[in-house]
Design a protein around this ligand. Structure first.
Ligand code: NAD
Length: 342
């Protein structure tokens, strides 16, 4: 059993939980689960800069749901929104693609935005803060391999600048949590998600995008593209497992700790393409075509995996959705979306 500091634990049924950056993939699934577990109130905060009402439309008639249009860059709005709140799940952030397109906003939102929310939590004595970090804190340097456990240092040699900026911004966010714990006693848990995928997937995450790009090609009868020889590793986690991790962290007394949140097992790009082909019942053969220069994708060039044993010990969580089932769920959802557009 890991030796972990103990702080406040929330009883979900008695709690008002605010999700910052709620109108999207992780936020909407976390809200679904909190409501299912009987949360007293769930506040869905977003500035809708890239999330959309569509992701949370199914929740808006629930009397326990309150939609809060607010911006992480405006501290007064966060001070208002966090009054009487017991727990915050802090998700709103730019990812690698966002850092490549609009680095100004990305730096602001990921760093100052996290600090603003921690400050609002301090002022309003929010009991528990969950910070959505990323396995990008390991740097994804060329040839990274082996187990990326929680003590693995940042190794970024050869990684694209946007990926390094994103990882560094998450390190800043994590350390701001530690700072607020040390200076103000703020209880927090950092969850380092690996690549999240699933229903309500958006097109902003470089690696999950690959599943949808592959599917779109196969559906058009075109050969799926392998950016390398197919042995490159990815470690995904299904969004329903991520939502379970967020809720487990709120309920756990653990504090001042960071844990990996990854899926049951890593997968190679070759195996992933095969899963999509099987789902589509297609006999197309993948074509090897290296990514064009400047394409933002977190290629590892090595075989790595992200152990999640510590999350089991610290917050009692482990993933349950295998890749084959998760990909089928994502693609079934995607097909539904295509039908709606037609
Ligand atoms: N999706 C992944 O593959 C993945 C992997 C690892 C970590 N993460 C982390 O998980 C979190 C959630 O991921 P996601 O894919 O659901 O997020 P996302 O990229 O869809 O963004 C979440 C929401 O934040 C909102 N937002 C952006 N700027 C804001 C601001 N200034 N004020 C208020 N709201 C703002 C957006 O409108 C969006 O709805 C992020 O912190 C991300 O870094 C995601």
């Amino acid at each position: 059993m890991a030796n972990v500091k103990q702080g406040k634990a929330l009883n979900i049924q008695d709690s008002r939980i605010l999700i910052a950056g709620a109108a999207s993939l992780v936020g909407s699934h976390t809200a679904d689960l909190l409501l299912k577990e009987g949360a007293r109130e769930v506040l869905l905060l977003d500035n809708f800069s890239f999330g959309s009402m569509e992701a949370i439309a199914h929740l808006q008639n629930d009397p326990r749901v309150k939609i809060v249009r607010a911006d992480l860059m405006r501290l007064p709005e966060l001070l208002d929104a966090t009054k009487g709140v017991d727990g915050v799940v802090h998700l709103a952030a730019y990812m690698t693609l966002g850092f490549s397109q609009t680095p100004w906003q990305a730096v602001d939102v990921n760093i100052r935005g996290a600090q603003n929310m921690l400050e609002a939590c301090r002022v309003n004595q929010v009991k528990k803060f969950i910070f959505a970090s990323s396995n990008a804190v390991y740097g994804y340097g060329t040839g990274i391999k082996g187990a990326l456990h929680e003590e693995t240092p940042f190794y970024s040699v050869g990684a694209p600048p946007a990926a390094i900026l994103y990882g560094a911004s998450k390190i800043m966010g994590e350390q701001l949590c530690r700072h607020y714990h040390q200076s103000a006693g703020q209880d927090y848990v950092v969850l380092r998600y690996s690549t999240v995928y699933g229903e309500r997937q958006h097109y902003r995450a470089a690696n999950s995008l690959y599943i949808m790009e592959t599917y779109d090609l196969v559906r058009k009868g075109l050969a799926p593209v392998l950016p390398g020889d197919g042995t490159d590793t990815k470690h995904f986690v299904h969004v329903s497992d991520v939502a379970r991790a967020n809720v487990a962290a709120l309920k756990s007394a653990a504090t001042d700790v960071a844990v990996n949140v990854s899926g049951p097992a890593p997968i190679t790009t070759g195996e992933l393409v095969q899963l999509v082909l099987e789902y589509c019942k297609s006999s197309l053969k993948p074509e090897i075509r290296p990514d064009p220069p400047g394409k933002v994708r977190l290629t590892s060039g090595g075989a790595f995996h992200i152990p999640h044993d510590k999350a089991g010990e610290v917050i009692g969580w482990k993933p349950i959705v295998p890749m084959k089932e998760g990909v089928a769920r994502l693609l079934a959802w995607l097909e539904e979306q295509h039908k709606k557009i037609k």
